[in-house]
Structure formats: C-alpha cells, structure tokens
Design a protein around this ligand. Sequence first.
Ligand code: GDP
Length: 409
Amino acid sequence: MKPPALKSIRNIGIISHIDAGKTTVSERILFYTGETHRIGEVHDGNTVMDWMAQEQERGITITATSTACRWRDHWINLIDTPGHIDFTIEVERSLRVLDGAVAIFSAVEGVQPQSESVWRQAGHYRVPRICLINKLDRIGADIENTLQQIRARLSARPVLLQLPLGVEHEFSGLIDLLEEEIILFSEDDLGGTVERHPLPEEEQERVRAARERVVEAAADFDDDIMTDFLEGNPVTADRLRVALRRGTIACGIFPVFLGSALRNKGVQPLLDGVIDFLPSPKEAPPIEARDPRDGTLIELPCDPEGPLCALAFKVLSDEGRKLTYLRMYSGRLTAGETLYNSTREGEDRVARLFLMHAHKRERIEQSRAGDIVAATGLKDVLTGDALCRPDRPLRIAGLSCPEPMVSIA
Ligand code: GDP
C-alpha cells in the first residue's frame, strides 16, 4: 500500500484517568475506522457483534502499543500510553512519541488526579490536546463543572465546540457549534450511522451565544477573525477551524468535544477533531539530537531526507518473536539495514518492518520520518534506545535515561 502523505498522518495517544473511558473510546475508534467498512460490506448485526465480542476478549492486545487506522483519507496511529502514573518514565517516553493527544474526562467525576498529572507531563512536552468530556449519559453528568475544573485545576483554556441535546438518560445527540448543525447517532446500529440536520428554531439562541465564545477564542489566533468578531460579522466554520487548529497546535487552547462512548455517541466527531485540530508529524516541533562524537546539538525536523533517527519506544514479545516499535523522527529506514544503537553503542540489524493494524500486520519495505512502525530482528535494542546510521551517530536529547525494560504482551 502506498504510504500516506505526511500531512495526512496523526500520531496520537489517549490520556485519561483510569475509568474515564479510554478503553471504550479506543475500541470505538478501531471499530469506526479500521473495520467498520469491511464488516459493513458483509453487514449483518451478528457479524458486527461477533467482532465486538472478539475485540473485547482481545482488547488489550488489539489496542496495545500502536494501531494504524484510517479516517477521512488520513492515517491515525493510535498509540497506547500507560494509564498508571507509577510508570512515569514510560508515560514520559510515550508522550515524546505523540504529536497530539485526546484527553478524556468523565462528565461525572471531572478532572481526576491521574489526568491532572498526565496532562501536566503532556504540557511539559508541548503535546497539543483535544478533550472529550465522556459519559454524558450518566446521572450527575455536568459539562460546566468539568470545564471549570479544566480551567482551574489544569490552568488550561478549553473551547467547547459542541452542545449536548439532552443530558443523562435524555442525552440523544450533539450540536456542532462550528457548522451550526445537529448531529444524531443511531444507537442501535453498531455500524455507527451519523446524521446531520439543520438547527431548529428553538436552539438558535443558545447556539448563537455558545458559538460567539468559539469565535472569540479563534480570534486570538487570527487577526481577520478578530476584526470580524469585533464588528459582529459572520465567520464561516472553515475559517474557524483553521484558526482553532493554529491555537491548538500552539497549546494555547484545547478544543472540547462531548459524548458517551458507551452509547456510541460522539466518537466520530471526535475523530474529525483529531484530523482537524491535531498536528501532522510535519507540523510537530523538531526534536533535538546530539552527535556523540563531538557533542554538537542539531535540530531534526520531520524530514525523510534528513539523517536517520528513530526511537524504540516499546519492545515486546509477539508470538515468541521480539517486536520493536519505532517512532521515526528523521530519515528513512529500509528492511535489512544495519543500524547503530547510539544509546547502547552497538550495531543491530532490522530484519522486517511492519505497519501494525488492529487485526493484522502489514509488511513494508521502508519507513520514513513521521511513521510509527514495528521491526523484527533488533536483538539488543531496549525500550528508550535511539537508532541511527553507523556513519551518522545521533542521540536524542532530553530523554530520561532509559532503564532496561522488556514487556511481554
Ligand atoms: P478506562 O479505564 O479509561 O480504559 O475506562 P473504560 O473504557 O474501561 O471504562 C470504564 C467503565 O466506564 C466501563 O465500565 C465502561 O463501560 C464505562 N463507560 C465508558 N464510557 C462510558 C460512557 O460514555 N457512559 C457510561 N455510562 N459508561 C461508560
């Protein structure tokens, strides 16, 4: 398969407090992206149910580490970030691998301690984030309170992009504030149908007020929108998206989506948000690397023509074989190549390269800057090691000193 353009890739992770809904959201993402259309072709309810059941059984394996899925002609690499704060070094390391993140909060519990600490670490690495306030179907769901906690406890500026249609048991859909449309989700249909309808008359007043707050936030990142905002002129959804994207990538604002993953509501618009607001690897800040021979520090933007530099961010045993997940930061890597491990100062050879999907691995011959791939054959590489070419040694700067670690899947 032809590799996607770099601008169409999103390397993202989901960060949340335990129980906020990370697993449920991840499962729905895999369902709506990777497999739905394939199952849809032979569609009947049972096939879909079987798949869901199987996925539940295998949930941990399927969502582990990194899964490539497609949405709107883009590729999303969904990278697993450890939820437990005890694994701080692992959290840190995986945050380095992400270009953006989805932070999930429960509408009932709000901002909880673990989300607070992972949020701060993501801020430290300047990882842009969009938010999902989940569990709107539950009794006690309180969007305003959660937004207030995001402001107060995370010192962040959330920008609400949707309004709910009903709350708790009555939660039935969303209002898209950018397009000023109603979004309805078919709950019974696991295929996940989304319908868009014009805004009814009675909703127009509250939508106008809420949209004005979105325009005000976008105006901070676009002078023309600021002029239109001050003069009370209309601003199109497309212009708002461009400005909000700029603000999100600068970590100046955090777009907020609403939903109930368990009730299959809100996940597709969230995926749209990943594409619309989170950066491609090309837009992510360059990493810094040091040449260990003379100590020179260089910046490595995401450039396939640059010197090879990759980070092994997870090593695990898969069906008895060692599988090393690599984040490609710069250059290209071809199967069969001998690499220099600048962390352990030794050479190692890549046997095969794979793109990892939910149900299968796809063998590829080459990967390039921006990609997330899995490699076999790397005998001595451990989590946290940097890989480069023997004639161009590079160490990634600012990584915590890695401790030897091999996790068994
Ligand atoms: P994780 O620990 O963050 O991965 O959270 P899970 O996805 O495992 O969800 C924790 C619990 O909350 C499970 O029992 C889910 O079924 C439930 N849950 C997740 N999302 C929702 C939701 O939108 N509404 C309701 N009512 N329950 C949810």
